[in-house]
Every structure is written in C-alpha cells, then in structure tokens.
Design a protein around this ligand. Sequence first.
Ligand code: DX5
Ligand code: ZN
Length: 223
Amino acid sequence: MLYIAPSLLAADYADLRNEIARMEDAGANYLHLDVMDGHFVPNISFGPGLITSIRKHTNLFFDVHLMISEPLRYAEAFVKAGADIITFHYESVADPLATIKAIKAMEIPCGIAISPKTPAEAVMPFVGVVDMILVMTVEPGFGGQSLIPETLDKVRALRRQAIKMGIDLNIEVDGGINEDNASYCTEAGANILVAGSSLFKTKRPRGVMQKMRDAAREHPFLG
Ligand code: DX5
Ligand code: ZN
C-alpha cells in the first residue's frame, strides 16, 4: 500500500486547522512535519509547540522529520507533542545506532534520513533496525525544489537489500514529488511519498493523491 504524506511546510500557516482538514478529507495517510533549526539546514520552520496545538485537531499519523543538530536533545519533546514516528538525519549525529536506540527507548518508531550527497551504503546497516528510511530527493531545507532523479538509485538499492533480507521496509521519499514523477518513486521502491507544494498549492489535492495511488499500482518496484 502507498502512504501519502502531505508536508505541512507548504501549508498556509494562518489557516493550519483547515489546511490539515483539507488534506485529511483528500485521503492523506500521514502528516509530514518538517522541523528545521537554522543550523543543520539553512532555514527555520516550527517546533514541538506547534505540533502540540495541531495534535488536538487531527488523527493523522504525525511523521516528524527532524532536520536539526543534536536530535536527541529534542526528541522527547516531539514525542510528548504527539509524534507517531521520529526521523533524524544520519548526517546530524556522530553515532546513528546509539541515536536509533535512544529514540526507540522512548517507545516510538524511529526513522533515519539521508541527504542527497549521502550514499545508500551509509544506512544499509540499519535496514533491519529502523522502522523507516527517508531518502531525501532534494537538499533538505526548503520546499518547492525539483526532485533530483539520481537519488532514486538509492531507493532502489535499499529496496533490493530489504527484499534480500526478507524485510518489509518502509522507504519514504521527500522533496519535489508530484503527480508526474510519483511513478519513478514507486518504481524505485518507495512506499511513502511526501509532497508539500504539489498537494497544498493545488485546489484538487484528492485528484493529485489519486494519480499518485494509480502510479503506485501501475508502476510497482521493478527490481
Ligand atoms: C525539505 C522538506 C520537505 C519539503 C517537501 O527540506 O523535508 O518535506 O517540505 O516539499 P515539496 O514537496 O514542496 O518539495
Ligand atoms: Zn521532510
């Protein structure tokens, strides 16, 4: 099954409650929450306070993507705010395995993300360990960029490895995804699509999501 995760970064912040409801009504599975600290990435978004506020208004699965330095320093606050999974960046920590263990000890699923320049090999050892691998398809920091096609080779490599190990791995792609390139993502082996601009900046999010689901059905992983 394909999971669709609208990224709140592209929403109208003055109208968050309705923006979230709009995505829920359109058939979203997750709400992707991009946390940026102005240090790990050159942009600042929002923190646990905002997540606590919106948690009261939706039952969507909160997919928290931490683009911050020292993710462990803040992970607990995001768990308390209502995160359903915490994903941190491989590049943001000295010891990824210790970070995974510490997050899992908070009794929450844990994902690991890689930026475009980080090879798939970096996270291969975590295929049977994490609940999700997030392959960034743009440089983290800003919405509205174009998908970098080469990043999908990493998705393919990770999907192959997971199949070899008999693991039903969640592979999420994030950045520049729309109804036209969703098929490339699913064909490469992604089963969770994050989409900011293409879902929030359209008047027909349901139609876009339907096209993405059609893409997943018509263009499954090719091996
Ligand atoms: C980028 C974020 C993405 C971004 C996606 O740093 O991680 O989640 O919001 O937005 P679009 O779909 O507009 O590229
Ligand atoms: Zn993201």
